[in-house]
Design a protein around this ligand. Structure first.
Ligand SMILES: C[S@@+](CC[C@H](N)C(=O)[O-])C[C@H]1O[C@@H](n2cnc3c(N)ncnc32)[C@H](O)[C@@H]1O
Length: 601
């Protein structure tokens, strides 16, 4: 059976899509070219661009705060702004850290990842965790952490670092937002299909919008995050679940002993703390013990735009993703966004009494599948933003880690993980009109593969870091001494964690067309104020030159850069790499000559 969503499409349809995206982004200084020097599609300047100019600004189509970052940063799940207060951010970090260390102490990081005995206890890890815990408790008390989390403790100077009040998800799941507008946007985008809570029992529905908050303008580093270790971890380390700690047991209800209220033990029947309660899909929010996030025991079916949702089955999907590969959560967003859009298009079509649904140039609608032509056409229109992303299946696209001996088995394991994930997702979300075409393993694998090679890492600096820096920069004197009496113990307890930023991964339509160079002419930055990524010219770019960014750490030497780029599936032949390779060859020749001469002597 040929797959409707993975059929080849023509260049014209691809260009017409990108031209529309360019128009929407108000971008006029470059165009999308389908083949730039054998690198696939890329962006090329159509006129001179001056250094410092914004080349374009774009919003992600989908994004996800990394699960293992959720214990370090409570952010709006829609726009990644930090929310709450400095006190709560510090309390949350400390409490998640304590949870994580307790888990490690009990021996949750058990396996060596080589298929060894999972019940084997990592004594060194447990010992280290114990020492770190002791260190934390030598600076703060469990009660102190609880007071920070609940907002009853007040830190000096924190008024200068106002953060928006968190607005919970309307269903009361653990997702938090910076405003009612962000909550509504996330709900409409995909959360209405993916929220694991079935009824509105929490306080969310009545939550007031965020208090006064002026959009931040902090520029965050943005790096490409494709081709990475999540994958390897998911397969080679059964500890992957424990790596997602920090997640979110609760936001502001730490127990007096410093552990999370409604903690993992309760939810996981005494299991590792890091296993987390119920659907630990977001940071912050109500505790697991709260009825609003307790996984329903019976299937709870709902219907939305003709799509049926089993919220209980969603919990299993979330759990599997958290334990294997969080990128499945992003893939689920693509599935949800596509389904919702297709369903809405069909509704509009029905309302307008049979007028044709928005048609999509490209694959013919002759493809096999059980949906009607109108539904296929709606599905193709909805799928378009993802249709032209990189389309290799995840298990084929992933670079094989060095420590993997059996490549075939490794790829088969990835395929099987994706298959399990898709099975769980399709048990939770059902739509006979689009399901047969959308819930295909090859399609799901292509979505995950697209992220593997095209995603961008977003890094949003933490206001907690700014807070401690401001304290540090205070003029020496009595006031500073009084302030640091309160803040220094917290800083010592947090140690390196004090500066942890919010870290997320995202897929963007235009940015994902930018090829890499080790001597790039542009940089990317994430403006958390309006959840956009900005591409900035970092030198003059003449018309006709390709727009490039760097996917990797440019300070690395040639060989290491090439090794990192192998994860993206190519050898870099940019001007810098070609020059450095030639230089290395010349050096080797020189050395070789020297050796020969030496031998003769
Ligand atoms: C983010 S995408 C860039 C857009 C891509 N060219 C396309 O056609 O969709 C990353 C992929 O582009 C290709 N690519 C990017 N930079 C490259 C470079 N400097 N040399 C060769 N291929 C490159 C690689 O295939 C890489 O996996």
């Amino acid at each position: 059976m040929s797959l409707l969503l993975l059929q080849s499409y023509d260049g014209e349809s691809q260009l017409s899509y990108y031209n529309q995206v360019l128009l929407n982004a108000n971008a006029s200084s470059f165009e999308v070219i389908l083949d730039v020097n054998g690198k696939g599609k890329g962006l090329v300047a159509t006129r001179d661009i001056t250094e410092g100019t914004t080349v374009f600004i774009e919003r992600p189509l989908v994004h996800l705060q990394h699960l293992d970052n959720r214990g370090s940063a409570i952010v709006c799940q829609a726009c990644l702004r930090f929310v709450g207060s400095i006190e709560r951010q510090v309390g949350h970090k400390l409490r998640c850290l304590v949870d994580q260390l307790r888990g490690a102490q009990r021996g949750t990081s058990l396996s060596d990842g080589d298929g060894g005995d999972e019940s084997e206890i990592d004594l060194d890890g447990a010992l280290e965790a114990g020492e770190r815990l002791e260190q934390i408790y030598s600076h703060v008390t469990p009660e102190g952490i609880a007071e920070l989390c609940s907002g009853t403790a007040k830190l000096p100077l924190s008024d200068g670092f106002q953060l928006p009040d968190p607005v919970p998800c309307r269903r009361g799941c653990v997702a938090l937002y910076c405003s009612a507008a962000c909550e509504a946007e996330a709900w409409e985008h995909s959360h209405c299909l993916l929220c694991p809570v079935s009824t509105s029992t929490g306080p969310a529905a009545a939550a007031a919008p965020a208090g006064a908050y002026s959009p931040g303008s902090a520029q965050a580093a943005v790096t490409h995050s494709g081709g990475h270790s999540d994958t390897a971890e998911a397969v080679s380390s059964p500890d992957a679940a424990t790596n997602s700690t920090g997640q979110p047991t609760s936001y502001d209800s730490a127990r007096a002993d410093g552990t999370a209220g409604g903690s993992a033990e309760a939810a996981a029947g005494g299991g590792p703390a890091s296993a987390g309660p119920g659907p630990s899909c977001f940071s912050g929010g109500p505790t697991a013990a709260s009825p609003s996030v307790t996984a329903p025991t019976e299937a709870v079916m709902e219907e939305l735009c003709g799509i049926s949702i089993d919220r209980r089955a969603l919990v299993s999907f979330w759990e599997h993703a958290r334990e294997t590969n969080e990128i499945f959560l992003l893939a689920a967003q693509v599935v949800a966004v596509t389904l919702l859009k297709a369903a809405r298009l069909v509704q509009v079509d029905e309302l307008s009494e049979g007028a044709p649904v928005a048609t999509t140039p490209g694959p013919s609608s002759q493809a096999a599948g059980s949906s009607s032509n109108a539904c296929q056409s709606a599905l193709l229109a909805a799928w378009r933003p993802f249709m032209y992303g990189w389309k290799r299946c995840w298990w084929e696209a992933v670079a094989v880690p060095d420590d993997v001996d059996d490549e075939e088995e490794f790829r088969a394991q990835l395929r099987s993980l994706a298959s399990d994930s898709l099975e769980l997702l399709s048990a939770a979300i059902k739509d006979p009109r689009f399901g047969p075409d959308l819930f295909q393993l090859q399609v799901y694998g292509s979505i995950v593969g697209m992220f593997e090679l095209n995603n961008m890492g977003l890094i949003v600096p933490s206001p907690v870091e700014d807070y401690f820096l401001e304290v540090d920069e205070m003029e020496e004197g009595t006031e500073k001494r009084e302030v640091t009496q309160v803040t220094q113990p917290l800083l010592d307890a947090l140690d390196a964690e004090y500066a942890t930023p919010c870290e997320a991964t995202a897929f963007l339509a235009l940015q994902s067309c930018i090829n890499h160079s080790c001597d790039p002419n542009c940089t990317a930055a994430c403006d958390t104020g309006d959840r956009t990524v900005t591409i900035l010219a970092q030198r003059d770019i003449p018309a006709g030159e390709e727009i490039t960014v760097s996917y990797i750490d440019l300070s690395l030497p040639y060989k290491e850069r090439q090794a990192d780029l192998r994860d993206y599936g190519f050898v870099c032949r940019c001007v810098r790499c070609v020059a450095e390779a030639a230089e290395a060859r010349a050096k080797r020749k020189g050395t070789a000559k020297g050796v020969k001469v030496g031998r003769r002597r």
